[in-house]
Design a binder for this molecule. Structure first.
Ligand SMILES: Cc1ncc(COP(=O)(O)O)c(C=O)c1O
Length: 355
């Protein structure tokens, strides 16, 4: 698998990937069976009407090849090389190279202090072009930004001319009640651009997601040279997703994976709690953000853990430009079945306690 390498003997909690047997092979084939020639020709620039309408905001939606592609497009459109771009800290580490590809100056700004950072940078005479964050069931923490901080960020971004890029990839994987209102919903549109993805709810190989933005930005996306030349992004898959959603297959599938991932979360969290006192149970998403006991660092722990047959991502990876997370590790519970998660937690505890 690209982006994923299985290593013999290692229970790998580092990959934010779906459990392979939860990928809807037959359901997707059934949705594909109803296509006609329209699915196989060039598609409308913003995406097929069936999918745009099903996503609920047709004039303010542009279909993408996933959230990563959405972030690359938005960065291309809304920044110039050299601009200051802020990323939450900690946040999804693979967003950093996407932002850096554009040649921006990437600085970290934890979401709870980002409003102050934006004001400081502005006071020094520089403009902040974008702020990137995953405010709902975040990667790597599983946490969500409280509503008062969401509102404050929106107000400051509006005042200071900053676009907030809300990566909302995990919204539908909520385990303990409804997800909080998105920044996009709270703001009613600008200054927020929202990235959606079907990678976690359905399958990453589809390479399908969307951008929600004001019509002016959607218009600019539809006029990009490669859209003009090649038509709507990933058209056949987008049409198939329209069918999958219209016939209820999508909703049934998401309900099923939500319940499976909730059970996997519970297994990993309770197995970890036997050895680590303060494990937070994430209310959604795919990750447990574990604080290591005093004196244990993630980087020192990793080789010991791998010797015992378990792996994870050290917390330090999730800070764009400074120290942080040395005492934290990210554990994904999405990829492995319950028995493996229990064994992985035992091996991790053995590595931490040098048993
Ligand atoms: C926060 C976040 N954004 C984006 C992605 C990638 O999404 P996509 O596969 O839709 O490009 C991931 C996948 O790990 C993620 O965790």
């Amino acid at each position: 698998m690209i982006q994923f390498e299985g290593r013999a003997g290692i229970l790998d909690l580092s990959w934010g990937h779906p459990r392979p047997d939860l990928l809807p092979v037959h359901e997707w084939a059934a949705a594909s069976a109803h296509l006609d020639w329209r699915a196989l020709t060039y598609g409308a620039a913003a995406g097929p009407d069936s999918l745009l309408e099903s996503l609920g905001d047709p004039g303010r939606t542009f279909v993408t090849g996933g959230a990563s592609h959405g972030l690359a497009l938005v960065t291309q459109l809304l920044t110039n090389p050299g601009d200051v771009v802020l990323a939450d800290a900690p946040t999804y580490h693979l967003a950093f190279p996407i932002l850096r590809d554009r040649g921006v100056t990437l600085l970290q700004a934890p979401a709870d202090t980002a409003a102050a950072v934006i004001r400081d940078i502005r006071a020094s005479g520089r403009r902040v072009a974008l702020l990137y964050l995953v405010p709902t069931f975040g990667n790597p923490t599983g946490r969500s930004l409280p509503e008062d901080q969401r509102r404050e960020l929106i107000a400051v971004a509006r005042q200071e001319g900053v676009t907030i890029v809300e990566d909302d990839t995990y919204r539908e994987l909520n385990y303990d009640g409804p997800a909080p209102a998105s920044l996009w919903e709270l703001a009613g549109g600008a200054p927020v651009v929202r990235l959606g993805s079907f990678a976690k709810t359905v399958a990453p190989g589809l390479r399908l997601g969307w951008i929600n933005a004001e019509p002016e930005i959607i218009g600019r996306l539809t006029r990009l040279g490669y859209v003009h030349s090649g038509g709507g992004v990933n058209h056949t898959t987008a049409v198939t997703m329209g069918t999958f959603r219209a016939d209820g297959g999508y909703q049934r599938h998401v309900a099923r994976v939500r319940s499976e991932y909730r059970a996997q979360r519970d297994v990993l969290v309770s197995a970890l709690r036997a050895d680590f006192a303060t494990v937070e149970s994430p209310a959604g998403g795919w990750f447990v953000w574990l604080r290591l006991p005093d004196g244990v660092t993630a980087d020192a722990l990793l080789p010991l853990a791998e010797e015992r047959g378990v792996s994870f991502v050290p917390g330090t990876r999730f800070w764009a430009d400074g120290p942080g997370g040395a005492d934290r590790i990210r554990l994904s519970f999405s990829h492995l079945p319950a028995d493996d998660l229990r064994r992985a937690a035992e091996r991790l505890a053995a590595a931490v306690h040098r048993r």
